[in-house]
Structure formats: C-alpha cells, structure tokens
Design a protein around this ligand. Structure first.
Ligand code: MG
Length: 473
C-alpha cells in the first residue's frame, strides 16, 4: 500500500521530467541553424594544394581541413573568370540568367558602370532574412559603384577590394607583365574599402591576406552567439602576387607559393577561431576557388595539375577546382568524393541548412548538396554546363563531357566549332586528350537532349558588363 502511495506521489515528478524531456527535444529541434563560411581563393588551380598533389607548395592547414572533412575531385566553379563566377556563387544562377557575363568584356573593370542587378537574390540577402548576420571580407568584383557594393546586396559589413588587384594600373608600373615580376603597391591604384568608404588607396597589398584574416576572426568573435554568414573571397593568388614578411621568400614555389602558403595560414586561423569560440560544431566551412590558374602569367600563375588549360577556358583546367567541405561532427572525416558539385550549389545548400526558402519565382541552377556532404545519399547534380560569356561551349553529364566549341583561354584564336562535338570520358581521360565521340553516339544523343531542354527554357538577361561610366547604357 505504501509503495503504491509513494508511486502516486512520484507521478507529478515523473510527469515533470517527461515535460522537461519534451522541452529539451523541442529545444534540440529548434537548435539555431549553422553558421556558413565560404573561403574563396582567386585563380587558384586544381593542382596548387598539397592535398591535390602539388609537390612544392606547403598547405598543411588545407590538407588538415581535407583530412577532417570532405574533399571533392570533381567540383566546378560556375564560370572560368572572376565576375560571372562570383555572381553565380552568390545567386545560385548561371551568369547568363543574371546578365553578369559578356562576350566582349568578360569581367567588370574600374570603368564599368554595371554590377549585380538589384533584383537578383544573393545568398547574403536570403540568409539575412532568415536571421543571419552577414559579412563580405575580400574581393567583391560584382560592381564597384555605390549602388552595387556588398552592403547593397545583403551584407551587413564589407571590408576589401571592389575588383581585381591588377586593375587601376598606374604610370609608375613597368610595361606589360614586367610589373608582375617585382610588384609594388604603387603600380596599382586599387582602393581598400570598409563598407562604402575608401579606407586606403592604393591598398597595401602585402598586408591584405593578414588584414582580411584579422577582420574575419573579429567578425566570428563578435557574432559567435548568433548564426552568421561569412563570405571570404581572397585577393590572392591572383596577380600581382604579394605576401607579408612572414611568408615572402619562404616557399619553394617562389612568390606564387608564398601567396598560397599565406592563404593556407589564413584558412588555419579561421578554423582555429571557430574552435576557440566554441562554434566549430555548428559551422559549415567550404573552401574553393573562383576559376582555374592564369596560365599566361607563367611562373606567376598557378597549375591545373593534370587538367587541360586554365582560367578563361571551358576545358577542365578553367573550371574544375580544389574544394573542401568541413563541419566537425556533421561531415565525416577523411572522405573524398568524385561526385559532381559546383559553386552554383552553395546557394541552395546554405539556404536549406538555414531553413530559408529557396526562391521559386526564378530558375535556380544550383542543387542542395546536403546528401553528399552528410553522406546520406548521392549528389543531386549529374550535369554541368560550361559557358564562356553568353555561349554554351561544353556540357558534362556523368563521366562524359561534350564540347561544341573550344577556344584557348587567352590570345587571338577564334572559337572553333565541332560538329559532331568532341567527347571525352573524364574518368578514363581527365586531361581531355582522347576524343571518343565515334564510339559513343548514344551518349552524345543523351547530352544533346539535355542541351535542348536547357536551352528551351532559357531566358538570357541583358549584359551588365558592357556599360561604361559616363555613357548611357
Ligand atoms: Mg579569378
């Protein structure tokens, strides 16, 4: 009798515990969405990191990031030059849909009047409306006039260069590429901005990687208690190459290696800060590059490893990039995937993780890579379109890639059309050397059908890259 009474008297306590457990489960379900950090190199090649086989550039931090996370072998930038590539990353859309590409001027320049159209929805805007605090630290290159700066595209904070570090060349610079062999700040009158204000001009380029990194660490420290989005597009290893005193002259690969090794240091600093501030287990960090190596810069340009061609080209070397995803406790360590992914996918992936709605009033070309990241399923991406400006040059589907048009990255050669297209099996032949079109007519047919479907619904926006300051558009 006593024991029953005792049990009855315990019941409210048990109910209380059950309630507490329910509340705990609810709190768990309502756990804040993860922080998103995108570390974006400029002109870094597929072969330029230790974990991608470079023999003389030391990248211990990126190698460790790969060992702790997921490394991609077949990840693509959305375009082969800066401006369209960045527009695609931030909007999840092919540049041809936003107008952020051109056949005449492939990127924005200091005399450009245009920029990312205000009606595009950036990752920063979408994440901000889901409660994130947002920062862009580094090179923007999506319009440098006040109406086009990051602060107009959803970024609460901005610190960096508005375009490439080789622009605004001064009369102090030696002719041609000689300026890159022994670069000096005075050769380029590039401004360093904080939000909408010029902080310094010309920017002290040898300090940029260190200062960007300090800004990033400070942003993480200030906002560790709420979800944040840090978009960190580095200035280097785009030419002219600079490194701080700690790194200059230290790499066995020369100045290019110095710049990459400092970038690697920066990655290590960011990951260490996330750990130190106790947020590593709720942060997705993604590292990749905007386009392949600038091969015409000779020793000042990077390497695409075994891939053909580089920056500016729709061959693999122009767009296939090193890519590493890192999230301790969520992304299993030491994984390597050969499934497809693209910078186009970071938009949908981030919005999904943030619980933000992916826009339905426009075509989004990216897919949510979560199944691939977390090892729960295959990549939803099986096709990659290779545009040069407004024209579709090549398409990859599965292991095969068909080229309708080929053209060297730079130089006077006209585009060369192929009918039937060239066909390469990228598994057997990652260097795209052996055309197997005559052996696989059925593969060509299936890729042709994919192209027809893609082009049938395609609406190209007017280009934003050709209007000049002071002239009517
Ligand atoms: Mg670039």
């Amino acid at each position: 009798m006593m024991s029953i009474l005792k049990s009855w008297r315990l019941l409210p306590t048990l109910l209380g515990m059950a309630q507490l457990m329910t509340i705990a489960a609810m709190a768990d379900a309502a756990e804040p969405p993860p922080n998103i950090v995108i570390l974006f190199a400029d002109d870094l090649g597929y072969g330029d990191l230790g974990c991608y086989g470079h023999p003389s550039i030391r990248t211990p931090n990126l190698d460790r990031m790969a060992a702790e996370g997921l490394r991609f072998t077949d990840f693509y930038a959305a375009e082969s030059v800066c401006t369209p590539s960045r527009a695609a990353l931030l909007t999840g859309r092919l540049p041809v849909r936003s107008g952020m590409c051109s056949d005449r001027r492939r990127v924005l320049f200091p005399d450009s009047a245009g920029g990312l159209p205000a009606n595009e929805i950036t990752m920063a805007e979408a994440l901000k409306s889901a409660g994130y605090v947002t920062a862009c630290i580094g090179k923007w290159h999506l319009g440098h006039l006040p109406g086009h700066l990051p602060t107009r595209h959803g970024f609460d904070e901005y610190f960096g260069l508005p375009y490439s570090n080789d622009m605004d060349r001064t009369t102090a610079a030696p002719q041609g590429r000689a300026a890159f062999l022994n670069p000096r700040d005075a050769y380029w009158n590039v401004p360093l901005l904080r939000n909408d204000q010029i902080l310094e001009r010309p920017a002290r380029q040898e300090h940029l990687t260190r200062r960007y990194t300090e800004e990033a660490l400070e942003f993480i420290r200030r906002h560790k208690s709420r979800p944040f989005f840090l978009y960190f597009p580095h200035t280097f290893p785009h030419v002219p190459l600079f490194a701080s005193d700690r790194f200059k002259g230290r790499s066995a690969r020369g100045l290019y290696g110095d710049a990459v090794e400092e970038l690697d240091w920066s990655v290590g600093q960011v990951l260490a800060a996330l750990r130190r501030e106790g947020v590593a287990e709720r942060t997705l960090v993604f590292f990749t590059s905007d386009n392949g190596p600038w091969l015409t810069q000779s020793e000042q340009g990077g390497s695409a490893g075994l891939l053909h061609e580089g920056k500016g080209s729709t061959w693999e070397g122009g767009m296939r990039e090193p890519a590493i995803a890192w999230w301790p406790g969520r992304i299993g360590p030491g994984r390597v995937t050969s499934e497809l992914g693209s910078t186009l996918d970071l938009f949908a992936t981030s919005l999904k993780l943030a619980g933000a709605a992916v826009p339905e009033d426009r075509v989004i070309d990216g897919v949510d890579l979560s199944p691939l990241l977390f090892g729960t399923g295959p990549s939803p991406r099986d096709t990659m379109f290779f545009y040069r400006g407004t024209r579709l040059y090549a398409v990859r589907h599965g292991s095969f890639k068909a080229h309708w048009i080929t053209q060297s990255a730079y130089g006077p050669d006209a585009p060369q059309e192929h009918n039937p297209p060239l066909l390469y099996h990228l598994g057997h032949d990652p260097s795209e050397r052996f055309n197997v079109a005559d052996r696989h007519p059925e593969i060509l047919d299936s890729i042709v059908a994919i192209v027809r479907r893609h082009q049938a619904g395609l609406i190209s926006a007017p280009t934003q890259l050709e209007s000049l300051i002071g002239s009517s558009p």
